[in-house]
Design a protein around this ligand. Sequence first.
Ligand code: ASP
Length: 337
Amino acid sequence: MSSQLRRVHLIATGGTIASKATSKTAVVGYAGYAPSAFSISDLLEAVPGAEQTAQLSAEQMFRKQSVEITDQDMVRIGRRIQEVLDRDEADGVVLVMGTDTIEEVSYFLHLTLKTLCPVVVVGAMRPAGVISSDGPLNLLNAIRVAAAPQSRDQGVLVVMNDHIMCARDVMKASSCKVESFSGGYYGVVGTVRNGVVTFFYRTTRPFGLTSRFSLDLPDVLPRVDNIYLYQGCGADVMKAVLQLEPEALVIGGFGNGALHNDMRDYYREHKGEKLPILVRACRAPYGGSFGDYGHFDEELGCFPAGDMLPSKIRILMKLILTQTHDLEEIKSIFAAY
Ligand code: ASP
C-alpha cells in the first residue's frame, strides 16, 4: 500500500475483543466462552479496510482478560509503547485490551507516556465473530484515530462505539451494552463518524509531556487499595484492608465522599500510628468529592480527591507515592490533575 499512509503499531493483550463465544448469537454470557482465543492477526482479518487506513504492524504482547493485568504488565505495556515511538517505528499506537480495566490502564499510560504521538486504547463489549460484534469497527476506528494527525498531543485516547474519550475521564458504565463507555461527567472529546475523526474538546489537565510522571518507576509500585462504602459498613472492612498495609486507601465514600463515623473514630484513636493516607472519593459516579465534609480532613490527615472516579484516583495516588508522601503536595497534585 502507499507509503503516504501513516504507520500504526498495534499491541494486543487479549480481552473480549479477542474472545470466542459459544455460538454466533452468544453476545453476552460467558459460560463456555474462550477468553482471548484470537490473535491480533485473526482480529485484523475481520477488519475490512484496515490496510488501506494505515501502514500496520502488530505484536501480541500477551493474552489475558484485563482483570488479570498487573502493575508490572501496565509498566511493560507503557515501556513498549514508549520504545516503539522513541525509535520512530510508528506514528501512532493502538493498545488492544479487555474493557474491564481500561479506566485504569489508559489513565496510567496517559500520565506516564512521554510523547505527542497518538496512543489509542480499544476493546469490545461483544466477543469476536458473534452477530453484531463491536470489535471490528472499534478496531478500525482506533486505527483511524491513531493515524489521524489531529489526534497528536491529545494524551491517551479511548475509542469505543464511535466515540473518542480522554483517558482521564473515560468510564465503563455498563457491563454489557455496546454503548458502555463514556467520558463521564465531561463527555466525549470527539467522534469517528463514517470514518471521519473529529475532535471537539481537549483536556486541560496534565498528561504526557506536561505530566510530572514517567515510566521511570520502581520495580514495585506503592500499594493503594480502594474500598466501596455501603449501608452498614463500619470500620471492620477498613481494618481488614489495613492488614494489607497499603500506603493509601481510596474510599468510595457516601455522598460527597463521607466516611462512616466508626472509620473516623478508628483513625482518631490510632492517631500517630502508621496509617495509610485516606483519600476521600465518592461512590456516586458523577460529582466527585470536594470540600471538608464534616471538618475532619485536617484532623485525620485525609483529603477529598475531587472529580475523578476511584479507579483513576488509585492510579494517580500510586504514581504520586513514588515521588512524595507530603500531604500538602499530594493535595496540590490532585487539584491540578
Ligand atoms: N473480561 C473482559 C476483560 O476485561 C471484558 C472485556 O474485555 O470486555 O478482559
